[in-house]
Design a protein around this ligand. Structure first.
Ligand code: PLP
Length: 365
């Protein structure tokens, strides 16, 4: 099987003249059990450990139209418009924000076009760039992981079609300054894609910038709202862009049930905010506990911490899995060094399990 896959990929690359950077998700609980025989806790995909509001389960129980193709639920767009404070006509849905991004590439990027990506960041931007045969211009971040505005503007050419800004940034956890992103948006003719998958965990957001006609801001129900498995995300953009988005979007990108569940989430913001508060409190506790142990962690505006492991990240992550905790090795992320590790913030007892595993690992170094 593996050999066939390799062969197929070689053929595809030959035809298209590109190398595909396949998106690799973290190790699952099932894989860890199969490979290492441990029942592990997963702190590697930035999911909401509390799950969605219980109201979601009511929506699921009461749904009976599985045989019918999905349609858009107008109430969801209205609820999103209220939640965000933007016009309904500027909101689009997608199969997760990943699905939104795919449509954005379809809209803007042709073979040979350029895409600017500040690194390190979310690797799916690179995956899509390779799929759409774009040339990626990677721009290193500053020491504090903030974007380097001058370097980004210097990288812009007449072939640049998209600039990616992830805020808070995955995997580094920092938010971008409003003025920095605004400076970019105002200086360029191309589209600026702002990925706010973690906005609910941050003190500030960049949503106001969606008033610019070259800005697309994506959000998701996968992280703070706890619906990662239902694949529903959305974006805010200029009305003119909405038309093109709809034109390139697949016919039924989001199931009705996913939309109904998202609507339940927006109807119970208190639940989401309660989860966010618990996670933020734990994020700060984990930060302090890591520091106590001499492990460098960076301040985070998201539901994860970016850390530097005391041994190579690949070994560190492996040793933690053997001790029952899965965290994310980021050493293969473009722009990360070999000691880069990302830890999702879990429930208090999960974070305690991580700290115990870490103490055991450190004691055996
Ligand atoms: C998790 C994540 C996504 C993917 O979100 P979905 O809505 O589940 O597709 C997008 N961007 C970033 C930065 C993420 O970390």
């Amino acid at each position: 099987m593996e050999r066939d896959r390799d062969k197929n990929r070689k053929i595809l690359e030959k035809i298209r003249g590109i190398e595909i950077h396949e998106y690799k998700s973290g190790l699952s609980v099932e894989e860890a059990e199969r490979l290492y025989g441990v029942k592990a806790i997963k702190l590697a995909s930035n999911e909401n450990p509390y799950g969605p509001t219980p109201k979601v389960y009511d929506a699921l129980r009461n749904f009976s139209f599985f045989n019918v193709y999905p349609k858009e639920i107008p109430e969801l767009k209205q609820a999103l418009a209220d939640y965000l404070g933007v016009e309904e006509s500027r909101i689009v849905l997608g199969a997760g924000s990943d699905g939104v991004m795919d449509s954005i590439f379809k809209m803007f990027v042709d073979k040979g076009d350029e895409v600017i990506i500040p690194i390190p960041t979310f690797s799916y931007y690179h995956t899509l760039s390779s799929i759409y045969s774009a040339r990626v211009i990677n721009v290193e971040r500053r020491e504090d992981f903030g974007i380097d505005v001058d370097a980004i503007l210097n990288a812009v050419s007449n072939k640049t079609k998209l600039i990616f800004i992830c805020s808070p940034n995955n995997p580094t956890g920092n938010s971008e300054r409003f003025e920095d992103v605004k400076a970019i948006v105002e200086s360029v003719d191309c589209a600026v894609f702002i990925d706010e998958a973690y906005a609910e965990f941050a003190d500030e957001n960049l949503l106001k910038l969606s008033d610019y006609e070259n800005v697309i801001i994506s959000r998701t129900f996968s992280k703070a709202f706890g619906l990662a498995n239902l694949r529903i995300g959305y974006a805010v953009m200029d009305e003119e862009l909405v038309k093109y988005y709809k034109a390139v979007s697949p016919p039924f990108p989001v199931s009705t049930i996913a939309q109904l569940c998202a609507l339940q989430c927006l109807g119970d913001l208190e639940y989401m905010r309660d989860c966010v508060e618990k996670i933020k409190a734990e994020r700060e506790r984990l930060f302090r506990e890591l520091k106590k142990r001499g492990i460098k962690a960076f301040p985070s505006q998201a539901n994860f911490l970016f850390t530097k492991s005391p041994i190579k990240a690949s070994e560190f992550v492996l040793e933690l899995i053997k001790r029952g905790v899965i965290v994310r090795d980021c050493s293969n992320f473009l722009g990360c060094d070999e000691f880069s590790v990302r830890v999702s913030v879990g429930k208090p007892e999960e974070n305690d399990a991580f700290l115990r595993a870490l103490d055991d690992l450190l004691a055996n170094l």
